[in-house]
Each structure stands twice: as C-alpha cells, then as structure tokens.
Design a protein around this ligand. Structure first.
Ligand code: THU
Length: 137
C-alpha cells in the first residue's frame, strides 16, 4: 500500500477546505480524491441551518467524482482547517466503500498536523457492500 499521497492531493484538499461552509461547527474540512481516470476531484463540507442537511467533505468529493464521470477512488486525502486531527465519519466510510477497494490509502490530517495513512479496510472492517446484495446459494 502506498504511503505517500499523489503529489497534488494534499494541496487540492487544503485549497478546497478553505471554501468549506461550516458556520455552525466552525470545523472546515476539505477532501481530494485521486480517481482511476487520473483526475483529482475535490469537495468541502457544506452545512445547513437545518443541521442534519449538512454534507461532509468526502461526500461532496464523491459527488464531484461521479458527476465528472469517474466511479473508482484510488486515494483520498482529508484535511481540516487549523491544527488537530480529522477522520472520516462512519457514514462517509460507507460512502467511500461504494467506490473504493479495501486496500486504497486514506490520508488524514493527524494530531500533529502531518498526514497519516490508513486503508479503507482498516477504517471499515467487515464492510457491507455490493457483493452482499448478490444472492448467495
Ligand atoms: N466533517 C466532514 O466534512 N468530514 C469529516 O471527515 C468529519 C466531519 C464535517 C461535518 C460537519 O460539517 C463538521 O465537519 C463537524 O462535524
């Protein structure tokens, strides 16, 4: 498993993070996906006065990827504004699983501000996915 992100991934995640709309939590997040088509798709969190209607950065990046015509995540980098750590929420781990193999690297901002690398399989063990919907005899 690759331990270093695609060279542009961190920079793109940091740039889009600065556009995050997070007036309620003040927790601005940026996510950048390297897709199988070689393109980088970015997204930030977009909150809403009706709190449950807010969307995570990862979900925004996945939407951009699908809208761009790509359906396979090779790497993702997730950062927050300022120091401190971030980790994809449970729902986003499931969303990533729809479009990524279990061995892809997920780079996240760690407590020291540096990037840490985990596989999707580490973050979402025993994942429920497409294969479960096929009828096993
Ligand atoms: N958030 C993300 O966008 N991604 C994560 O990985 C963690 C949490 C957002 C959701 C909400 O807008 C804010 O951060 C605080 O939970």
């Amino acid at each position: 498993m690759t331990k270093t992100p695609h060279e542009a991934l961190l920079r793109v995640a940091q740039a889009v993070r600065d556009n995050a709309y997070a007036p309620y939590s003040k927790f601005q997040v940026g996510a950048a996906i390297l897709a199988a088509d070689g393109n980088i798709y970015a997204g930030c969190n977009v909150e809403n006065a009706a709190y449950p209607e807010g969307q995570c950065a990862e979900a925004s990046a996945i939407s951009a990827m699908v809208a761009g015509g790509s359906l396979e995540i090779k790497q993702i980098c997730i950062v927050k504004k300022g120091s401190g750590k971030v980790a994809p929420c449970g729902g986003c781990r499931q969303k990533l699983n729809e479009f990524a193999a279990s061995d892809i690297p997920i780079f996240v901002q760690g407590a020291d501000g540096g990037l840490q690398s985990y596989t999707l399989g580490e973050l979402l063990p025993l994942a429920f996915g497409k294969t479960h919907l096929e009828m096993d005899k």
